[in-house]
Design a protein around this ligand. Structure first.
Ligand SMILES: Cc1cc2nc3c(=O)[nH]c(=O)nc-3n(C[C@H](O)[C@H](O)[C@H](O)COP(=O)(O)OP(=O)(O)OC[C@H]3O[C@@H](n4cnc5c(N)ncnc54)[C@H](O)[C@@H]3O)c2cc1C
Length: 380
């Protein structure tokens, strides 16, 4: 009998799923398109819900050592005036939850280090699948095939397998474009994630350990705009020059080759993740805009849930149905909330921005904390 689970994609969701299956002695192989697995040069925030899973998988300590513990999240206007602030230490004391920001490359190294190398096959780009009575066959662009009892599809927002299952499900543009960078130096920012909402755009920065700061900047723009694509670092700095320091310095001191540009897209929520012996997880299932910093966190949650259901239920078809039932509502909540937050945060009209900031300043801490509890999946 073929019990092997095929995992498609060696991103954060696929690698975490591999670790979760490995911990439960479930047989698996990861198939990844690129010849060498490595992350793009940017940072990532892992919120308490993801860190909790990584703790269960015994990798949280390494992530903490390689990254930076973040204890407050601040939103301010372009002059540096407070809009809202959350001290996440309350969540650490009450629920044992903490946030870590880390270089994506370091996170990938930690995850890869937990998976036996012979369980990962690189240079395997899946182009299609077919089902047999009790197995699934993946076909790769090099002409080879792999057969297993089931497939966990974690090949990202442009998933080839999702396209075969749901041809109408395509990424949708959020209306804003994004630059990301990493810069050496921290400007004394030790454990804060700061987001600045301005009338020429929005910029966030967070230390990621190793004396480095990760930043992202978003501006409203048409989809795949050539001007935005070609914007130089100097032009980007100029766009944010009226912002409180260290914003202009952060951009100025980032080596131009360390700046990555892409439009922000997500996936309109789909109503199914389980397709018989095939399960979509991570961005392949529910890519979200980055406004809540939850995309990868959800993929990490998925990984733990899929390992649990496969341990409890030997029939993958039933296990995947349980997964779908457990996950649909939660991920839809995050995708929709994140999309709405993005619209609010990207308001660039001066008067509307002023009104928004005033309104946010009035929000009671208790409300912000309640919302964060929902995002972190903490039961009331
Ligand atoms: C600007 C920005 C900031 C973000 N910030 C955060 C944050 O702070 N916190 C957070 O939690 N999330 C954040 N996210 C979201 C996060 O990056 C994604 O949710 C996460 O990386 C998705 O992981 P994944 O493994 O599902 O997919 P991916 O990272 O896309 O990985 C898919 C993998 O599958 C491989 N692959 C693709 N096609 C095939 C194929 N046909 N065959 C085989 N392999 C294939 C790819 O090479 C890749 O390795 C952010 C996203 C953006 C755009």
């Amino acid at each position: 009998m073929n019990d092997k689970i095929l995992i498609l994609g060696g991103g954060i969701a696929g690698l975490t799923a591999a670790i979760a299956l490995h911990r439960k002695n479930i047989d698996f192989t990861v198939y990844e398109a690129v010849p060498e697995i490595k992350a793009i040069g940017s940072g990532i925030s892992l919120a308490g819900n993801a860190m909790k899973v990584l703790e269960q998988l015994q990798v949280a300590e390494q992530v903490k050592v390689r990254g930076q513990l973040i204890t407050s999240m601040i939103i301010q206007d372009e002059k540096g005036n407070f809009i809202s602030a959350l001290d996440t230490r309350k969540f650490t004391h009450k629920y044992g939850m903490y946030n870590v920001a880390i270089h994506r490359g370091a996170l990938h190294e930690v995850l890869l280090g937990e998976i036996p190398p012979d369980r990962i096959k690189t240079g395997k780009k899946a182009i299609s699948f077919s089902e047999k009575e009790n197995t699934v066959v993946l076909r790769f662009d090099d002409g080879t095939e792999a057969e297993g009892a089931a497939v966990i599809v974690a090949d990202g927002i442009h998933s080839a397998i999702r396209k075969q299952l749901l041809p109408d499900s395509t990424p949708r543009y959020a209306g804003y474009t994004c630059w990301r960078g990493i810069v050496e130096s921290t400007w004394g920012i030790e454990d804060q994630a700061v987001e600045t909402w301005g009338t020429t755009g929005r910029i966030g920065y967070v230390p990621i350990g190793d004396n480095k700061v990760y930043w992202f900047a978003c501006k409203n723009a048409p989809y795949q705009n050539e001007h935005m694509k070609r914007l130089s670092r100097e032009a980007l700095r100029k766009n944010f020059e009226g912002f409180a320091q260290p914003v202009p310095q952060i951009i100025e001191q980032t080596p131009e080759e360390n700046i990555i540009w892409n439009d922000i897209v997500d996936l309109k929520p789909i109503s199914r993740f389980a397709f018989n012996r095939i399960l979509l997880i991570g961005d392949a299932a529910h890519a979200t805009t980055p406004n809540l910093g939850q995309g990868a966190c959800l993929g990490i949650e998925d990984a733990a849930v899929v390992a649990d259901v496969l341990e409890q239920q030997s029939n993958p078809v039933k296990a995947f149905q349980i997964f779908e039932h457990t996950r649909l509502k939660r991920v839809q909540f995050i995708v929709n909330t994140s999309q709405r937050l993005g619209k609010v945060a990207q308001v660039q009209h001066p008067l509307l921005a002023k009104m928004r900031n005033a309104l946010f300043r009035l929000l009671p801490d208790a409300l912000n904390e309640r919302q964060l509890k929902q995002v972190l999946n903490i039961a009331s």
